[in-house]
Design a protein around this ligand. Structure first.
Ligand SMILES: *[C@@H]1O[C@H](CO)[C@@H](O)[C@H](O)[C@H]1NC(C)=O
Ligand SMILES: *[C@@H]1O[C@H](CO)[C@@H](O)[C@H](O)[C@H]1NC(C)=O
Ligand SMILES: *[C@@H]1O[C@H](CO)[C@@H](O)[C@H](O)[C@H]1NC(C)=O
Ligand SMILES: *[C@@H]1O[C@H](CO)[C@@H](O)[C@H](O)[C@H]1NC(C)=O
Ligand SMILES: *[C@@H]1O[C@H](CO)[C@@H](O)[C@H](O)[C@H]1NC(C)=O
Ligand SMILES: [Ca+2]
Ligand SMILES: [Ca+2]
Length: 947
């Protein structure tokens, strides 16, 4: 397993787990099983893509790591987002143990086969639907959640004991049999004592191939084990102390059936691979890789949120120009954004969201923006921003263009901040014609142009600061220059060396470090009448007004924004800022060395471990962070501090290495002011010395605790209740409750206030109904906020749901051979053969969506049959040297059919065809060809087969 993740398991599940557990190097955990399977499938996908594109592919060396696999996939720039995605899948997998330990259906405990399979099969449909809508975040969260029960099946049931050699592939399909299930009254186990439980499953159960699983429970659920049933076993399960005693789980080598641990774990890896293959086939290779954070270009998104009211026409022209130049210069390069997002807003409308991977679609959407009314002077800017925040991938950068105040500030400011914190997104505001930039406008009463007052722009400055972005205030004529400077920063591998703000402004000294891995260091300053002195590591200094010394290699100033490129000199730099006006300072550079982190909290359930927070951490008490260094093998983390955003106070954490690149960081007391997370470390491999990075995002702790957890699938037309509870650690009182989401059309009902008693938890619900015509895979992101009386303290919980219409089509598309023409005589490279196939989805099917060539290097054409949208006609021509071909056909809900045709021998030509479900890359099952001879053109014999 990869070095980055090798130790997370120790961390996440350090004393116990329900299911595969831990101990790296010995037993296999959910983490290793999941990661191992993902890396294997990704390598396979990248190899296939390379083959199809005729490029070289070099297998990474074993054991695979995310970094090495990203390199092999020719996507080194995606290493970080790949690691993030894999970590997110694993966190969701592990969370099932922390949050649903006692719910047997998530673990195939208590013979809950039907319920377990429902979770998996429905989840697979949801993952496919989310991918189809390019909602990859939702897809990977759901994926992690369903891999848990899938893997548990092999440890908790007697599948392995039944002598099975391959995974139960029907677990991912809803309409099939998963086996001969034990009746509730059927005895399945005999008593055994802990040391010798190897043969405790009754012989007749094994002989008749009956599927059973262990019961699991702690007091008071213990008594629910029916007579004669097997138990899970192990220290936590108390059902194993009542007859029949003992257990059957294969979680570790030390389990009751630990002798079968390896067999169960290997089967779980194969099953995980099978499920991933199915998701891959339905999504297509590129989308599958994107779900896992791997894209051809930079893995960054380009996101614009644009005011389209009347006065904005100049601004929109500037955006069009910048977009064209970004797209023209970056498409096809390694800086090409992986996703493009556009949200227009005016008043009262905002949206729609355009989210696409196709630069041309984005360009067209921008070019077709037109300005309209807007009514009064304020516009729905935060509504537009919120929509973009819920659609953008984690760690994105958003640019918002406006010349107007935010009309929706009161309702949305805290929700927007919550989304910024949770997604660690940077938001830059391009504000034109504020009174600060353009005093002329105020005096010029004859012109009816509006001007945004400085106080109205404050919300934008606040949000920029919270996110680590910039609030740039320029005139309309200055906008093109400012925009092109700032959008340079869309390139990936940008790291934040320092970021700070002072409001009110004051004289202060700031330090940052340029290490050997950093190139192109840049300083961004916003503010009016700011002067500074820059001091290099060698002690040379340069005043802001002094053009002679060469610490600053270039400098540009526009509006309230100044940018400097500085010498790449390794060491500790200082910048002395002087101003009485508010200012922000940001130092960035390019480097592969960076860090990821999450706030985590020890789980309260029967299994101890750390769960990531979807909320603000608790204020005033100790806190824990999980920090992962990226892009380096040789770096040692020496210090992690929470640094006050508006001052210089800091809380240092105790760093506990978990081996390799993972660190658990504990702080005694979370700050009560806003803070950033700063890490320092040392690169042992080079002379580059100490490095320092920090989060652009500002974080806050809260005295309010809010929790919510619910099934993340919404069925249109059905009332869906999301229970949540709120507790105040500080004083009680009348708390404001706000539930907001990214779907205007969904009906949502929630309380607007709750009376809280200090220290007591209060329960409530948000009720949502998705309209009947909502497409499957639509993403629904909800934030529930609780605000203390007076508004000084707020916490929130962010939840992501996927819409899934009930699926009734479980059948895969099928192929029918229409004609075959072989001209294969003589040398194979001088002759060709043709094939024509009709692909349909059956009478009750939802229809064929896509047919692609999975194998074979001929040329293929697929088109809908004239007058019948349910029939896809495929024609194929290949060289006689390439006798095999395989079609992959996907229907509109993601059922996958494969059709294999092979030209065998030279004369006469025989062809065998088979429609089969997608197979795991791990299982090299040979095809079973069943009877039925069909004769086609030229007397060639055709043998359809089935697997
Ligand atoms: C954090 O505080 C809790 C309760 O105050 C205490 O039980 C726990 O041991 C503390 N954890 C650490 C790591 O100090
Ligand atoms: C939490 O409560 C403490 C004590 O009541 C207070 O000092 C602190 O400012 C509060 N923190 C926040 C974030 O409101
Ligand atoms: C709590 O505050 C809300 C809004 O300010 C108000 O409508 C409600 O009546 C208050 N509840 C109580 C019990 O005072
Ligand atoms: C949500 O629906 C449930 C069940 O119908 C109901 O008990 C609850 O009061 C509703 N909650 C809200 C906030 O309307
Ligand atoms: C808090 O909850 C507990 C248990 O539900 C209850 O006994 C206690 O009276 C509550 N405290 C207040 C002040 O309502
Ligand atoms: Ca308006
Ligand atoms: Ca179908």
């Amino acid at each position: 397993m990869s070095s980055e993740l090798a130790v997370l398991c120790l961390l996440l599940l350090h004393t116990g787990a329900h299911g595969f557990a831990i101990l790296p190097g010995k037993s296999q955990s959910h983490l290793e099983i999941t990661e191992g399977a993902i890396l294997k499938v990704v390598v396979q996908v990248c190899r296939d893509l390379a083959q199809a594109e005729g490029t070289d592919f070099t297998f990474p060396s074993q054991p695979y790591t995310t970094e090495a696999v990203a390199v092999a996939c020719n996507a080194k720039k995606s290493s970080r987002s790949f690691l993030l995605a894999v970590t997110s899948v694993i966190f969701r997998n592990v969370r099932v143990d922390l949050r649903h330990a006692l719910n047997g259906s998530f673990h195939f405990d208590d013979e809950m086969f039907v319920q377990g399979r429902r979770i998996i099969a429905e989840g697979v449909q949801a993952v496919k639907a989310s991918n189809k809508q390019e909602n990859f975040e939702a897809a990977r969260e759901k994926l992690g959640e369903i891999l848990h029960p899938l893997q548990d099946f092999y440890s908790h049931s007697n599948w392995v004991e039944l002598g099975k050699k391959f995974p139960n592939s029907n677990l991912i399909r809803p309409d099939t049999s998963i086996g001969n299930l034990a009746d509730i009254s059927r005895a399945t186990c005999r008593n055994c004592d802990g040391d010798d439980c190897t043969n405790n499953i009754l012989e007749d159960v094994i002989a008749q191939g009956i599927l059973t699983s262990g019961y699991f429970g702690i007091v008071p659920r213990v008594s629910t084990k029916p007579d004669g049933k097997c138990s899970h076993g192990g220290g936590v399960d108390q059902t194993s102390t009542i007859e029949p005693k003992g257990g059957i789980n294969k979680d570790t080598f030390d389990s009751n059936h630990g002798h079968l641990h390896t067999a169960a774990a290997n089967m779980a890896v194969a099953a995980t691979g099978q499920l991933l293959d199915d998701v891959r086939a339905a999504a297509g290779d590129r989308a599958f890789l994107q779900m896992l954070g791997i894209s051809k270009g930079s893995s960054k998104a380009l996101c614009f949120v644009i005011d389209t009211t009347k006065s904005m026409s100049d601004d929109i022209e500037a955006v069009k120009k910048v977009t064209s130049s970004i797209i023209n210069s970056e498409v096809g390069t390694e800086n090409e954004p992986s996703t493009y997002i556009l949200v227009p807003f005016s008043d009262p409308e905002f949206g729609p969201l355009t989210k696409t991977t196709d630069p041309q679609v984005f360009k067209n959407a921008i070019n077709s923006l037109s300005v309209t009314g807007g009514g009064d002077d304020a516009e729905m800017s935060l509504s537009g921003l919120k929509l973009a925040l819920t659609a953008a991938p984690l760690n994105s950068e958003i640019f918002l263009f406006t010349d107007a105040p935010a009309k929706d500030m009161k309702d949305l400011k805290s929700a927007v901040i919550a989304l910024i914190e949770r997604t660690q997104t940077v938001v830059n505001f391009m504000i034109t014609d504020s009174t600060v930039t353009n005093r002329r406008i105020l005096r010029d009463k004859t012109r009816r142009r509006r001007a945004i007052a400085s106080s109205d722009a404050q919300v934008y400055r606040d949000l920029a600061q919270a996110s680590g972005g910039l609030a740039i205030e320029v005139t309309k004529t200055e906008l093109p220059v400012a925009t092109s400077i700032i959008t340079e920063s869309t390139s990936s591998s940008l790291v934040t060396l320092l970021q700070a703000a002072r409001n009110p402004g004051k004289t202060d000294n700031f330090f940052f470090r340029v290490d050997g891995s950093v190139t192109n260091p840049r300083v961004y300053i916003t503010g009016r009448s700011v002067t500074f002195t820059l001091i290099s590591p060698e002690g040379k200094s340069q005043q802001s007004s002094d053009p002679t010394v060469s610490l600053i290699t270039s400098s540009q100033s526009v509006g309230n924004f100044r940018t400097l490129r500085i010498k790449t000199e390794v060491g500790k730099w200082e910048i002395r800022m002087v101003s009485t006006n508010p200012y922000t300072l940001k130092v960035i550079g390019q480097s592969s060395v960076d860090f990821l982190f999450d706030f985590v909290e020890a789980s309260q359930g029967p299994f101890t471990g750390y769960d990531t927070l979807d909320t603000r951490p608790r204020a005033g008490v100790n806190g824990t962070l999980l920090v992962t260094l990226t892009g380096t093998d040789s770096v040692k983390l020496t210090e992690v501090a929470l640094v006050e955003s508006s001052g210089s106070k800091e809380v240092k954490g105790v760093v506990e290495s978990q081996g390799s690149d993972n660190f658990l960081v504990r702080v005694d007391q979370m700050p009560s002011e806003e803070f950033v997370v700063r890490v320092r470390g040392q690169d042992g491999s080079s002379s580059s010395g100490i490095f320092q990075r920090q989060t652009p995002t500002n974080f806050r702790a809260s005295n309010v605790t809010i929790t919510a957890d619910s099934n993340p699938i919404l069925v249109p037309g059905t009332l869906f209740s999301v229970p949540f509870s709120v507790m105040s650690g500080g004083t009680g009182g009348n708390f404001t409750i706000r539930a907001t989401n990214n779907q205007q059309r969904f009906n949502s009902v929630s309380p607007t206030s709750l009376i809280l008693v200090s220290g007591n938890s209060t329960d409530s619900t948000v009720n949502i109904t998705a309209p009947l015509n909502t497409p499957s895979g639509t993403d629904f992101t909800m934030t529930i906020e609780a605000e203390a009386p007076g508004g000084a303290d707020t916490n929130y919980v962010m939840l992501r749901f996927s819409v899934l219409n009930t699926v009734t089509d479980f059948t895969k598309p099928v192929c029918q051979l229409l004609s075959l023409q072989s001209r294969c005589v003589g040398a194979c490279n001088s002759s060709t053969w043709d094939l024509s196939v009709q692909v349909t989805d059956g009478d009750d099917g939802v229809g064929v969506e896509r047919v692609t060539l999975k194998q074979g290097n001929g040329s293929m054409n697929a088109s809908l049959a004239a007058g019948n949208a349910n029939i896809m006609l495929v024609s194929y021509r290949a060289s006689c040297c390439s006798p095999d071909m395989e079609l992959l056909a996907v229907d509109r809900v993601g059922n996958v059919g494969l059709c294999f045709y092979s030209l065998t021998g030279n004369s006469p030509v025989a062809l065998s065809s088979s429609t089969k479900v997608t197979q795991s890359v791990f299982l090299f099952l040979s095809m079973v060809v069943l009877g039925l001879h069909v004769t086609t053109v030229g007397g060639n014999s055709l043998i359809p087969g089935n697997l």
